[in-house]
Design a protein around this ligand. Structure first.
Ligand code: GTP
Ligand code: MG
Length: 377
């Protein structure tokens, strides 16, 4: 895996942080700079604003948390649905704690959004490697498309094999396809109990969940979707997400050749640059509506500013008006000549060969990015 570091900017003024000279802009004490869990502010902003240096938050909805804690205590089967295009492998700690060391099936949904020739084997390898980083080892990983019915029947088979007198909890991020999957499952579902399918209060927890009887002793539950505040969905306006980000059909690859100091601007919402290293071919997988322009790194700042007004490169977001609204990360890649992927949660991903390059990625603040083996080969 490439070595990732954050090119740290002050969370308030956007100045690049440094610990060398207290008299220059962006100064921050070394100890604080090294703490990767903190939101960082330069000393100047910190003193002026007395900003909060608390931990980066990672919430899951209280009720889902309580229900899943109950599921974990009862050794239930968890079926985790992920949107295979939007997923990037970053999972919040609160969720990890709940799905670790429990019987777990991962269902990667929306295969139809990936290129037709993409292999299930590679996607499974990708998913397993991302979860392995959190020491999560699922019983099974299924690649399906609910829309196309692809592999759909395997869900039922696998639940049957692994559930065995267990309750089943269907969980996943908002929009991952839980409702679509359940609606399709219900088409061929036979209720053999005298209890109806209904939305009821879950035990003594003040939350209503869809409950489907499996047999006389067990149920399947659909929980509310986890919030996606560390994905691009949490960083942009709803209309921009709907018009430019969400894929309606299979993603098309766009190829770019970058030389040192070239950068790709994705509208006004993200930037990918080759800071240093050999010429690189970058395959970009994002919604086609996101306009991508290549330019020298030195021009990027000015272009970004004028683009806010001229809107030559779309989308442009009212929430991203300044570089201080972004996080900047840097990857020192291996020189292994193997395919690597860097994925921006919810937005898409790039695939390129590891040639020892230094790659810059700029994303709206708080949006998770991740590097590792690619989902496509
Ligand atoms: N392309 C594609 N879209 C899908 C697939 N499955 C679901 N969707 C779409 O994804 C969107 C979200 O699906 P839902 O089933 O509502 O997702 P959910 O997980 O129930 O979302 P919340 O209830 O908000 O947590 C809808 O627009 C679905 O049509 C699929 O296999 N392929
Ligand atoms: Mg739903």
């Amino acid at each position: 895996m490439g070595k990732m570091s954050r090119v740290l900017r002050c969370n308030n003024c956007g100045e690049i942080l440094q610990s060398d000279n207290i008299n220059l802009p962006g100064y921050i004490p070394t100890l604080i700079l090294k703490d990767t869990n903190r939101i960082l502010y330069c000393e100047n902003c910190y003193q002026k604003r007395k900003v909060n240096r608390g931990e980066l938050s990672s919430s899951i909805d209280d009720n889902s948390f309580k229900i899943l804690s109950d599921a974990k205590n009862n050794n239930s089967l968890i079926v985790l649905i992920v949107d295979i295009f939007a997923f990037n492998g970053v999972i919040k700690k609160t969720i990890i704690d709940l799905i670790k060391d429990v019987p777990l099936i991962i269902v990667a949904n929306k295969k139809d959004l990936l290129p037709l020739k993409s292999s299930d084997e590679q996607i499974i390898k990708f998913i397993k490697s991302r979860f392995k980083e959190y020491e999560i080892d699922p019983l099974d990983v299924l690649i399906i498309s609910t829309n196309k019915g692809y592999n759909f029947e395997t869900i039922k088979e696998k639940i049957k094999i692994h559930a065995k007198n267990k309750n089943v909890y269907i969980i996943g991020g908002k929009g991952s396809g839980k409702t679509a999957i359940i609606n399709r499952l219900l088409k061929t579902y036979k209720n053999t109990t005298n209890r109806p399918i209904q939305t009821i209060k879950y035990k003594d927890i003040d939350a209503k969940v869809l409950t489907m009887p499996i047999d006389d002793n067990t149920n399947a539950y659909e929980l509310d979707g986890f919030s996606l505040d560390d994905s691009i969905y949490g960083a942009l306006e709803r209309n921009i997400i709907n018009k430019y980000v969400l894929l309606k059909k299979c993603v098309k690859v766009r190829k770019f050749h970058l030389k040192e100091n070239d950068t790709l601007l994705l509208g006004g919402i993200a930037m990918i640059g080759l800071k240093q290293g050999k010429n690189s071919e970058i395959k970009a997988y994002f919604n086609e509506k996101i306009e991508i322009k290549k330019m020298p790194l030195s021009k990027e700042k000015i272009f970004f500013k004028t683009n806010l007004i001229n809107k030559n490169l779309l989308p442009v977001s009212d929430l991203l008006q300044d570089f201080s609204n972004f996080d900047l990360f840097q990857y020192e890649m291996e020189n292994d000549n193997l395919d690597h992927e860097i994925a921006i949660k919810g937005l898409g991903f790039i695939i390129f060969k590891g040639l020892g390059q230094t790659i810059y990625i700029m994303v709206p603040k708080g949006v998770a990015i991740k590097e590792g083996i690619p989902r496509l080969c």
